[in-house]
Each structure stands twice: as C-alpha cells, then as structure tokens.
Design a protein around this ligand. Structure first.
Ligand SMILES: Nc1ncnc2c1ncn2[C@@H]1O[C@H](COP(=O)(O)OP(=O)(O)OP(=O)(O)O)[C@@H](O)[C@H]1O
Ligand SMILES: [Mg+2]
Length: 336
C-alpha cells in the first residue's frame, strides 16, 4: 500500500466517509491480486463485503455503536469534542440517591417510545452540581456509554474566551445539531454563564448567550437527546435557567465507605492488607473521587515496577497524603 493510498484512507476516515474507505480497500485488494498476493486480496475483499452487509442491516462496522459516527464538522469543529465512551454507571461509586436517579434517566431514555405513546417525553435537561473531581464529567460519559450514544462536550468557558462576541451564534449551531443528532450533550463549565455576568468588558454578550440558552431549553427536542450541564457553583446560576432543568443531581465528596470502595476498586488486583483500611481513614478523608483515583494509580505504577501485587499500607498512605498536601496548597492559592 502506497503512502498516497494511506493518506486517502486516513482522510476518508477523518471525513467519516465509510464508502470511500471501502473503495480504497478494494483498490488495494486489486493491486495485491495483480502482484500475485491472492490470499491478502481475498481477505480484503471478504472484509469489505462483511462491512457492506453490516451497513445494509443498519449495524455499524465497528460493531458497538448503534448510530453512525457523528463527528463535529464545519462550524462545530473546535467547539465540540465528540467521543463514544465505554464507561458505565456500574463503574462509578455514587450515592444511592444519585445512582437511582441516573438509572431512572437511563431507563426513561431506553423506553422513550413507550413514554411518547402516552404523550410523555423522557427528561432531557439535567443539571449536575458538585465540587471538582466528584464525577460530573464521568457521569456524562457513563450516560452516553449506557445509552450507546455519542457524547458531545462543549466547554462553555473556552467558547466564551475563544469566540468573544460570537458565543451565542456559535452555540446556536450546536443547538441546531441537538435537534438533528441524538446524543448526550455536555455543557461543561456551565457556571461561566453566571460567573462572567457584570464583567466590565461584557458587551451584552452574557445576556445574548443566556437568552440563547433559555430559548434552546424551551425548544422541542425531537431526537430525545440528553442535555447535561455541569457546574461547581449552583449559586451563581440564573434562577430562570436553573428552573428549566427537569432534574438536578448533586455530587459530593465520598463518605469513608465510598472512599474505601473506590480505592479498592481502583487498586483491583493490587491488594492491600485488609486490616489496614481503618488506619488509612485520616489520609483519605476529605479527598475527592478524582484525587483518590490518582493516589491509587500512583501506588499501582510503583507496584508494577516492583513486580508485586501487594500494596504496602505506608505507600498508599503516603500517596494519599501527597494529594492532601496538594489540595491544601490549591485551597490556599484560591483563597488568597
Ligand atoms: N463517582 C466516581 N466514581 C468513580 N470514579 C470517579 C468518580 N468521580 C470521579 N472519578 C474519577 O475521577 C476522574 C475525574 O472526575 P470527573 O472529571 O468526572 O470530575 P468532575 O466532577 O467533572 O470535576 P470538575 O468539576 O473538576 O470538572 C474520573 O475520570 C474518574 O476516574
Ligand atoms: Mg468535569
């Protein structure tokens, strides 16, 4: 296969042009056949046929996702990040109430046809509120994973700073996509809407954006897309805005049992002496889920290099204390 063919293949893949990908594969097959490599040629042809058959019966080539790859193009490029997460809610450590509500949202999405038959629609606007590192972004990924939908993430703060003066127009393009492509849409850093209000260089942009978001949230959502907004600071959100969310899910730092369970899960086959857990409590208390994961990963890396499956209590304690120290530093920095 020549570099030229490889380039054509990659660029078709980037454009999401599956048909072009297959036709290049056939060209390569023909070339292989001409050069006497019939086995390779046959293999390529069989794969192309398999891909075409799967497309015909509506199954994606990759086998996992139920809808065609949706990639932000044109105006949406650089504004929206799209992924197909594989995470599920089961891999999250959640408070019972949050888990129950998230499971209900998944079920209502899955059985939206039944709801619609009775004139109901699944809740579409969900606000995720809580301190950093407690699983808001991960929840968006897990909902997309459960529903096998693409996750489209927009970081509001960066849209504001990159497209100063055109934020509302940019978001409009995104909102139009919500009506066309079913997916999970995460408006991350949603508090940017509230935080920037009253800034001296604000030339009515915040108002325009706010109005644009409010209008969007009132529009009918024919695709039953899920729109999630995540924020650390619910208190600075506009009341009119907060009211439009059908569900508000709160996140918090883990209690000791949840922290232990998260550490155990993350450590997986790397085992800590079971009796040691109680002595670690002061080291992990007050850390967020994200910080616990980082501490666990740090000791796993050491264990891998040491070639052992046993984690020393002292090593985990020290990794947890490192996170505590960092947390203390950041807190001082943000309050000074
Ligand atoms: N509830 C949880 N269960 C399991 N792992 C978690 C949980 N919360 C966070 N994590 C771990 O921490 C990482 C970071 O969490 P995440 O990005 O979801 O936090 P966040 O709430 O969105 O934080 P921020 O407000 O800073 O955006 C996750 O990728 C995951 O590894
Ligand atoms: Mg986040």
């Amino acid at each position: 296969m020549s570099t030229k063919q490889l380039l054509a293949l990659l660029s078709s893949h980037v454009d999401g042009d599956d048909e072009q990908v297959l036709s290049i594969a056939l060209q390569v097959a023909a070339q292989e056949a001409r050069q006497g490599r019939t086995d390779e040629a046959e293999q390529l042809k069989r794969l192309v046929k398999k891909a075409r058959d799967q497309q015909r019966i509506g199954r994606p080539v990759s086998g996992q996702t139920p809808i065609p790859m949706a990639r932000p193009r044109g105006e949406l490029q650089g504004l929206v990040e799209s992924t197909y997460p594989k995470v599920t809610l089961a891999s999250m450590v959640l408070a019972d109430s949050a888990r129950a509500r998230l499971s209900r949202i998944v079920r209502q999405q899955q059985e939206r046809a039944a709801l619609r038959e009775h004139g109901q629609t699944p809740p579409a606007h969900i606000l995720l509120v809580g301190p950093p590192g407690t699983g808001k972004t991960m929840t968006a990924a897990a909902l997309a994973g459960e529903l096998r939908l693409p996750l489209f993430t927009v970081r509001l703060e960066s849209v504001f700073s990159r497209f100063l003066g055109e934020t509302a127009a940019k978001l409009r393009v995104l909102f139009d996509q919500v009506a066309q492509t079913r997916g999970v849409y995460l408006l991350d850093e949603f508090d940017a809407l509230g935080a920037r209000r009253g800034e001296p260089n604000d030339v009515g942009e915040i108002r325009r954006v706010l109005n644009s978001v409010l209008t969007f949230m009132e529009e009918p959502n024919a695709t039953d897309s899920l729109v999630l907004a995540a924020t650390n600071h619910v208190e600075i959100l506009d009341e009119a805005l907060a009211r439009r969310f059908e569900e508000v899910i709160e996140y918090g730092l883990p209690d000791p049992a949840a922290a232990k369970s998260l550490l155990e899960r993350r450590l997986g086959r790397y085992k800590l002496n079971a009796k040691s857990w109680s002595t670690l409590k002061p080291a992990y208390e007050g850390l967020s889920q994200a910080e616990l994961v980082r501490a666990a990963d740090a000791v796993i890396r050491d264990a891998i290099l040491e070639g052992t499956l046993t984690v020393e209590t002292a090593a985990l304690r020290s990794a947890l204390q490192d996170r505590q120290t960092l947390r203390g530093k950041f807190r001082r920095a943000s309050t000074s």
